[in-house]
Design a protein around this ligand. Structure first.
Ligand code: NAD
Length: 382
């Protein structure tokens, strides 16, 4: 397969981890005979410095033409003035809106070798494998708002959803659940918020179209608690923008570190944006200690959802697991007896494992076609 992948390293550790993601893509191309063309663009703080815009036109146009986008992270103290007119995060919000990427998939899987790294007891975590489907372009981050002009003034943000916005994201969650363990937990605050009551009614309506999937409704406060009490109960968590933002940071700790969690932004078309859930981590930037695994696992999602290369996606996930099982650890996931490595060495080890392990031919043909289905079905429900 030939594909053009735009890389947007961004700021801080974004540049370090994206380099390791590209190594994984190159190794995959070599192993499986694909040809990936990389086109690097500016976003965030570095783009503001170079062009005055957080999302320069050239970057947006390259992303619109690409088969997929691999993003690092944006932001840092240098651009952190909240009163500034142009801020790095505007690059992310602009990209999501311009590309119509309204679904954020955040898988939380505990790799067995990291059982002892997580703060929860191993018996609560063994087998943890859930996906948060977070609505990305609506809700309280985008509703009408007012800044207070003084400390005695009034400020507000408004959580707004239309039934159509809820319906399209719900379909993605149910489709995904059909390919997994067949359960959707829709998380809301329906005992208090009108917008959540609409959310719950629409999700229940959509659920009727998926008799093979079980729907469970849960209040967000209960979900926050249950994620720590019995996280393996969850399969697909469907939730609104802000609730998903908060719950996935909580869930990231179950997987051992922020440095382990990948994500995808998806919309109507195959082209999506893939990024680690962590930020630019200015505290560790430039020291070669950032864990690149979240980005490398984001590359696996890119292969799965934008290029329909399920076998190759699994090869990357298996390579990550193998390297962790051999005891190699970056600082954030270190335990006694582990072999300490920097971010770059971790990337090299995983690239090497991709080249050396796995079968050259796709072994899971039926799953290749099932995974490809998510997008096609999603389109028809938009
Ligand atoms: P952060 O995710 O950058 O860092 C939080 C903590 O996790 C830090 O201690 C950091 O060292 C650690 N960490 C993060 N990624 C790691 C990795 N791969 N390996 C090892 N340790 C890792 O969050 P923050 O400190 O709140 O924010 C820093 C900057 O990043 C801010 O400017 C913020 O706005 C921005 N940010 C950007 C995004 C994004 O680009 N999507 C997301 C979140 C935060």
């Amino acid at each position: 397969m030939e594909a053009t992948i735009v890389t947007l390293p961004g700021d801080g550790i974004g540049t370090e981890v994206v380099s390791e993601g590209v190594k994984a893509l190159q190794a995959t191309a070599d192993k499986y005979g694909h040809s990936f063309t990389f086109d690097e663009g500016l976003i965030g703080g570095c783009a503001i410095d170079a062009t005055g815009a957080a999302l320069p036109d050239g970057t947006l146009q390259a992303c619109q033409r690409a088969d997929a986008v691999l993003l690092g992270a944006v932001g840092g103290p240098r651009w952190s003035d909240p009163a500034a007119k142009i801020r790095p995060e505007q690059g992310l919000l602009g990209l999501r809106q311009e590309l119509g990427l309204y679904a954020n998939l955040r898988p939380v899987r505990l790799y067995e070798p990291l059982l002892d790294v997580s703060p929860l007891r191993p018996e609560r975590l063994r087998g943890l494998d859930l996906v948060v489907v977070r609505e990305l372009t609506g809700g309280i981050y985008f509703g009408p708002r007012r800044e207070a002009t003084s400390n005695g003034g009034t400020a507000y943000d408004t959580m707004v959803y239309t039934g159509d916005e809820v319906r399209r994201i719900a379909h993605i969650a149910f489709r995904l659940a059909q390919q997994r363990r067949g359960k959707v937990t829709s998380v809301d605050k329906a005992n208090v918020l009108a917008v959540s009551r609409l959310w719950r009614r629409v999700v229940t309506e959509v659920a009727a179209e998926y008799p093979d999937v079980t729907l469970e409704n849960m209040l967000v406060d209960t979900a926050a608690m249950h994620l720590l009490r019995q996280p393996t109960d969850f399969d697909v968590i469907l939730t609104a923008n802000m609730f998903g933002d908060i719950l996935t940071d909580e869930a990231s700790m179950l997987a051992g570190s922020m440095g382990m969690l990948p994500s995808a932004w998806l919309g109507e078309n195959h082209a999506g944006v893939y990024e680690p859930i962590h930020g630019s981590a200015p505290d560790i930037a430039g020291k070669d200690i950032a864990n690149p695994i979240a980005t490398i696992l984001s590359v696996a999602m890119l292969l799965r959802y934008s290029l329909d290369l399920e076998h190759e996606a699994r090869a990357i996930e298996d390579a990550v697991e193998a390297v962790l099982a051999e005891g190699y650890r970056t600082l954030d996931i270190r335990v006694d007896g582990a072999t300490p490595v920097g971010g770059e060495e971790m990337g090299d080890l995983i690239a090497e494992a991709i080249r050396e392990r796995g079968s050259p031919e796709p072994a899971h043909v039926s799953e290749v076609s099932t995974r490809a289905h998510v997008h096609q079905e999603k389109k028809s429900h938009a």
